[in-house]
Ligand binder design. Structure first.
Ligand code: SAM
Ligand code: SF4
Length: 331
């Protein structure tokens, strides 16, 4: 029996910490950042680099073996280099989700911190569409930086948030691009957060993606690959291709039974689920010289079985949901 202190009531061991380094971002993706932006708060409300490192060490002492840096845009955070270097010294698999805009400035630091795999968000292969989605003209930089990462020997996974009528006509193009460029493409179902104008008709389900793939490759066998431990993406292999693609369908087909994730927000709060309705303030405790261990353990024990306790994600339920915007949680 696993005696991990970070085991919840349903036997799930939480050994994967996602740390948001910053709430702010250099892009403005419509599905993540509210149109009006976010309220800018005083610097003192956010973890300083030393505090992030101390928090991370506590989690590692409790059994965390994997840390993902996220945000907002993690590389847009002053002091990101220090955090990456220090976390690289911990006995964890260190990784990052980034929009890729600033990669060229950090590539050597990422390498020397032992990072091997990076997730880049890119929702379109069209420059115009990229600009419509992100409200910024940075397509070329992201494409160049993906190439730079590949040249540097990193494994690159590309996260694509699919939205009906926006980019769902690019599923095949993205799969073919991934095949040419040796990138693993992961289609993510559009999820509801504050200020992102979600409604159920905008999401593209796993079923719909697979239908599109099957229609495009009628003579090729499409095989689902074995599901890895704690994986969120279901992986599919098209016969004859080197690369598989993944689908993360948190709304229509969630992975909660094997969830091992804890989220630490940039202002030092933990959420035991992306959709949790409560947060635990570790930063205040730490600044008062208190021990955050008990708070962490209790927060994990209090985790609901599925999606923060929401059974359904119909439009009426989502309308009443209260959550931060994604950019302030850290995906
Ligand atoms: N700025 C970085 C980036 O874009 O990769 C890291 C932070 S971002 C919040 C992390 C991931 O969350 C990205 O892959 C993004 O596409 C995803 N994301 C943001 N809002 C989402 C939403 N409403 N539904 C699904 N995924 C979302
Ligand atoms: Fe920024 Fe990432 Fe959110 Fe886009 S998805 S606004 S890049 S944090």
């Amino acid at each position: 029996m696993n005696q991990s202190p970070l085991k919840d009531k349903f036997g799930r061991v939480h050994d994967y910490l996602r740390i948001s380094l910053i709430e702010r971002c250099n892009l403005r993706c419509t599905y993540c950042m509210p149109e009006e932006g976010i309220v800018l708060r005083d610097k003192s409300e956010f973890m300083r680099p030393e505090e992030i490192i101390e928090m991370a060490k506590t989690f590692v002492s409790l059994g965390v073996t994997k840390i993902r840096l996220t945000g907002g845009e993690p590389l847009f955070r002053k002091g990101a280099d220090l955090v990456i270097r220090e976390l690289g010294k911990l006995p964890v698999e260190l990784t990052m989700t980034t929009n890729g805009v600033l990669i060229e400035r950090y590539i050597d630091i990422l390498k020397s911190a032992g990072i091997k795999s990076i997730n880049i968000s890119l929702d379109s292969l069209s420059r115009d569409r990229f600009e419509q989605i992100t409200r910024r003209d940075q397509f070329d930089r992201v494409i160049e930086n993906i190439a730079l990462l590949k040249k540097g020997g990193f494994e690159v996974k590309v996260n694509v948030v699919l939205m009906k009528g926006v980019n769902d006509d690019e599923i095949i193009d993205l799969i073919e691009w991934g095949e040419r460029e040796d990138l693993s493409i992961r289609f993510i179902e559009f999820m509801p957060f504050d200020g992102n104008q979600w409604n159920s008709e905008k999401k593209v389900t796993e079923h719909e993606i697979l239908d599109i793939v099957n229609v495009h490759y009628p003579d090729k066998n499409l095989q689902q690959l074995p599901i890895g431990k704690n994986a969120t993406a279901r992986k599919y292999q098209i016969e004859g291709k080197r690369q598989h693609f993944g689908i993360i369908s948190t709304i229509s087909n969630p992975f909660c039974d094997s969830c091992n994730r804890i989220r630490l927000t940039a202002d030092g709060k933990i959420k035991n689920c992306l959709f949790s309705q409560s947060e635990t303030d570790l930063l205040t405790t730490m600044r008062k010289g208190g021990d955050i261990t008990e708070q962490i353990v209790d927060t994990i024990i209090g985790k609901r079985r599925s999606r923060g306790g929401y059974d359904a994600f119909d439009d009426a339920t989502v309308e009443k949901m209260e959550n931060r915007s994604m950019v302030t949680i850290g995906g």
